[in-house]
Structures are given as structure tokens and as C-alpha cells.
Ligand binder design. Structure first.
Ligand SMILES: CC(C)(COP(=O)(O)OP(=O)(O)OC[C@H]1O[C@@H](n2cnc3c(N)ncnc32)[C@H](O)[C@@H]1OP(=O)(O)O)[C@@H](O)C(=O)NCCC(=O)NCCS
Length: 169
């Protein structure tokens, strides 16, 4: 198994992999156009030339990135593929100098094996501003917020730029 950066011809297969787990709410649904538009966020997992998994890294800024849409084809689970994907996305975050990686999940046991710890979702205000505030399950969210790294002390989506500059100084 190996990981590589996704390219546009992979979008159809990425869409299929995500759809398999979005019906029951395990993964957030992503439509095909959205996957094409954000394909540079994705890493795919290949086995003998076939794409068997995917995951994405959304960048907020050097203070925060989010692992999203991570999944492995059920026929290939528990063989280390999920770990490969998370490691590839963490390497990507490191390359960008990101100090904290967050994610929201219903599989906290998988991510805790990989060094993530649970936090309150309010600790990640950028995620709330971007996704949670428009989520129909905002008041009965059953996902666990997790982070690896230093929890950011500010929100790039909420603070005006002059406040951010002062906080960083
Ligand atoms: C979560 C998921 C990506 C894990 O992929 P995977 O290839 O099976 O994971 P790995 O083989 O790399 O597992 C690494 C370790 O994580 C832990 N782990 C993996 N899946 C687990 C599960 N369902 N329950 C508990 N621990 C789990 C195990 O410790 C495992 O090591 P082990 O098999 O030696 O015990 C995969 O189960 C999946 O696609 N699930 C559906 C989509 C999903 O839930 N995505 C995450 C939500 S954000």
C-alpha cells in the first residue's frame, strides 16, 4: 500500500469511497463538484494500482488544519491503510508549518491510537464557524472533537486581522 497526492481523474473514485460512509452520517457528504474543486486537499491510498482509500487536509492557517473525509474500502480495513493516510496528511501539515491538526469523528479510538486527544469543540472555533454553525446536528452533535498539537489561542475566521497580528506578536 502507498499514498500519493490525488489528481482530478481520482475524483470519481474518491466520491464513491466517501459516499459509502456518508449515508449513515459516518462521513460528511461531499458532492462530486466539491471534490473536484478541492482535489488538491486529498491524498489517496493505492494497492496494486487500485485506489482503496482517501483522506483530505483542509488548511485554515499555520495555527490549524483539519483532517477530513478519511476512509478505507471495507475490504482493506485493519491492514494499516488508515494509519498510512493519517501519517501522509500529518506530513503535509508539517510541510506547511501547521502547529495543530484537528478532526471531528465518531471513531475516536482509531485516532487516539495515532496521538490525537479529545477536546471540547468550542476549543476549535474556526471549525465551528466554518461547518458546525450550518450543521443541522449542531445541538445534538455526536462527534468527538480531537486534536494533535497545540490548541490555537485564536480564530482566524472570527478575529479581525489587527487582533491576530497583536496575538502573534
Ligand atoms: C477509520 C478507518 C479509516 C481506519 O482505517 P483502517 O485501514 O482500518 O485502520 P488501520 O488498519 O490503519 O488501523 C490502525 C489502528 O487503529 C485502530 N483501529 C482502526 N479501526 C478501528 C476501529 N474500527 N475500532 C477501534 N480501533 C480501530 C487499531 O488499533 C488499528 O491497529 P490494529 O488493527 O493493529 O489493532 C476505517 O475503519 C474507515 O474507513 N472507517 C469508515 C470511515 C470512518 O469512520 N472514517 C473516520 C471518521 S472521521
Amino acid at each position: 500500500m502507498r499514498t500519493r497526492e490525488a489528481i482530478l481523474p481520482d475524483a470519481q473514485r474518491i466520491h464513491e469511497l466517501i459516499c459509502a460512509y456518508s449515508g449513515d452520517g459516518t462521513l460528511l457528504p461531499r458532492n462530486f463538484a466539491e471534490i473536484c474543486e478541492n482535489v488538491r486537499d486529498f491524498v489517496v491510498l493505492e494497492h496494486r494500482g487500485k485506489i482503496i482509500g482517501c483522506g483530505a487536509l483542509h488548511l485554515y492557517g499555520v495555527h490549524l488544519a483539519e483532517i477530513r473525509s478519511i476512509t478505507v474500502d471495507p475490504a482493506y480495513q485493519r491492514k494499516g491503510g488508515g494509519r498510512h493516510l493519517v501519517n501522509a496528511l500529518m506530513d503535509e501539515a508539517k510541510r506547511h508549518g501547521v502547529s495543530c491538526i484537528c478532526l471531528f469523528t465518531r471513531r475516536p479510538e482509531f485516532f487516539s491510537q495515532l496521538g490525537f486527544t479529545a477536546v471540547q469543540r468550542e476549543d476549535i472555533p474556526d471549525k465551528i464557524s466554518k461547518d458546525c454553525c450550518v450543521c443541522p446536528r449542531y445541538h445534538n452533535c455526536d462527534e468527538v472533537a480531537m486534536v494533535r498539537g497545540e490548541v490555537p489561542k485564536f480564530s482566524i475566521l472570527r478575529e479581525p486581522m489587527n487582533v491576530l497580528v497583536k496575538l502573534e506578536a
